[in-house]
Design a protein around this ligand. Structure first.
Ligand SMILES: NC(=O)c1ccc[n+]([C@@H]2O[C@H](COP(=O)([O-])OP(=O)(O)OC[C@H]3O[C@@H](n4cnc5c(N)ncnc54)[C@H](OP(=O)(O)O)[C@@H]3O)[C@@H](O)[C@H]2O)c1
Length: 255
């Protein structure tokens, strides 16, 4: 489904994202909508990848130019869309709270970690097919402070730790560190208000603007949190993971 370029997409374009095609999963959620609005304001072409029907927006500044339906498990069907993207933001997620039943744990691992992991591998392959692309493609993975802190939801924490460690592993893999075709960024976000976390302190609009600003600065580990400890602990955790992963790396043909 395609929309005409909204007036917002040409209004205050600052240069960095103008004309870049940005795909966002979980586009109908609070952060998905806020990122859509922020990217449109920067002049990007936004492609919403969503499990929901396209909403009717009163205000076109929120309205992605394209709305692509998909479901977790159908990642390969997104291949033609992913081929055309400059930036892919993996943002879909669920929070099962205290539910720790096997069915729920399987679902949260599938949605929050495994479907994102499949999309990461798919997008890395696509990026590698075009060695001289300028600027390089970007892949942003939205984990959470729950990677390193309690979030009062054991299943959520488990899934976010898994996808977070997978991104850390891709950062320390030899092929990834030498890869010029893809910039892999991790978003480590503190609590913001949404269906997933109605008690969040920050607004999704504030978080989205911070994320985009930090990406423009070239920051790989993007942190937006009211908790100062996250800014100290998360980089240390990443460094420890890097040292550990590199120390145990063996050469494998399909790394
Ligand atoms: N809110 C917080 O405090 C917080 C803090 C740190 C990190 N995060 C992370 O930020 C991301 C966005 O969260 P949010 O707070 O904006 O939550 P949200 O408003 O609930 O949005 C999450 C979106 O994920 C998609 N989704 C829901 N169920 C799904 C399923 N079964 N399979 C696949 N996708 C599904 C939906 O979008 P579509 O219908 O468009 O597919 C949904 O709107 C999540 O990854 C979350 O873990 C949130």
């Amino acid at each position: 489904m395609t929309n005409q370029a909204s007036p917002a997409s040409v209004r205050i374009a600052s240069g960095h994202w103008v004309g870049r095609k940005v795909g966002i999963t979980g586009a109908n959620g609070a952060l998905g909508r806020a990122l859509t609005k922020a990217f449109l304001a920067e002049g990007a072409w936004v492609i919403a990848l969503s499990h929901s029907q396209r909403p009717q927006f009163q205000d076109s500044s929120h309205d992605a130019q394209e709305w692509i339906p998909w479901s977790c498990g159908e990642e390969t069907e997104l291949e033609p869309i992913l081929q055309n993207l400059d930036v892919l933001v993996l943002n879909h997620g669920i929070n099962p709270g205290g539910d720790q039943s096997p069915v729920t744990l399987s679902k949260v691992l599938e949605v929050n970690a495994l479907s994102q992991w499949r999309l990461i591998q798919q997008f890395e392959k696509i990026a590698d097919q075009e060695q001289n692309r300028e600027p390089a493609r970007e892949l942003w993975v939205n984990t959470s402070e729950a990677e390193i802190q309690p979030a009062l939801s054991p299943g959520y924490e488990l899934s976010k730790r898994l996808i977070g460690q997978l991104v850390s592993m891709r950062w320390s893999g030899r092929d990834s560190s030498q890869r010029k075709t893809l910039r892999l960024r991790k978003l480590v976000l503190g609590p913001f208000r949404s269906d997933l976390n109605p008690l969040g302190i920050m607004s999704s609009g504030f978080v989205s603007r911070q994320v985009i600003w930090q990406a423009e600065l070239g920051i790989k580990l993007i942190i937006v949190s009211p908790n100062p400890l996250t800014y100290v602990v998360m980089p240390i955790v990443e460094l420890a993971r890097k040292v550990y992963n590199l120390a145990l790396t063996i050469n494998s043909p399909d790394r």
